[in-house]
Design a protein around this ligand. Structure first.
Ligand code: SF4
Ligand code: SF4
Length: 156
């Protein structure tokens, strides 16, 4: 049976300079490899501001919102200036979110073997194997196939 994992974004925020990044590529995200933290943060932590200052401040026009208010960063345009992180009034974007990291720290989450390595490489119990399904009462949401995220979601 295919493995599933649960990423606890609440706990992950306590760690700086994370050594492991799960990555995921999909046509839904311009076929670019995205870190799972970036996808999860824009999906669940971001408050989806109507007049999003992060988009306005970006000097490279790298951020855009989809029809559900979810922001996508065009990696090929982003110059990693971090202006969007600094201006977000809610501090939802983690400081190191868009930093370049050495290649050996990336784990492709579509591959079950790498999924396990990712769990092992993440600190403490921030990322664990998970047998359940989406469970909104306990703040657990499905992000992509095999990946669930625990986060408090801001209700407008
Ligand atoms: S400013 Fe922050 S909370 Fe608002 S849309 Fe941008 S990232 Fe999300
Ligand atoms: S880091 Fe800079 S260039 Fe990249 S999305 Fe944020 S504001 Fe735009």
């Amino acid at each position: 049976m295919s493995k599933k994992i649960l990423i606890d974004l609440l706990k992950l925020r306590d760690y700086e300079n994370l050594l492991a990044e799960g990555i995921y590529k999909s046509p839904d995200f311009n076929n670019e490899f995205k870190t799972i933290r970036e996808l999860a943060t824009f999906h669940f932590t971001c408050r989806k501001c109507e007049a999003a200052p992060c988009i306005d401040v970006c000097p490279a026009d790298a951020l855009e919102k989809d029809e559900n208010g979810i922001i996508n960063r065009a990696i090929n345009l982003c110059i990693r200036c971090k202006s969007c992180i600094a201006i977000c009034p809610f501090g939802t974007l983690m400081d190191d979110l868009f930093e370049k990291k050495p290649k050996y720290n990336f784990f492709n989450l579509k591959d079950d073997g790498e999924l396990k390595k990712f769990v092992d490489a993440c600190p403490g119990d921030t990322v664990t194997f998970y047998e359940g399904d989406e469970d909104t009462e306990n703040n657990i949401y499905k992000l992509i196939e095999k990946v669930f995220v625990k986060e408090f979601i801001w209700e407008h």
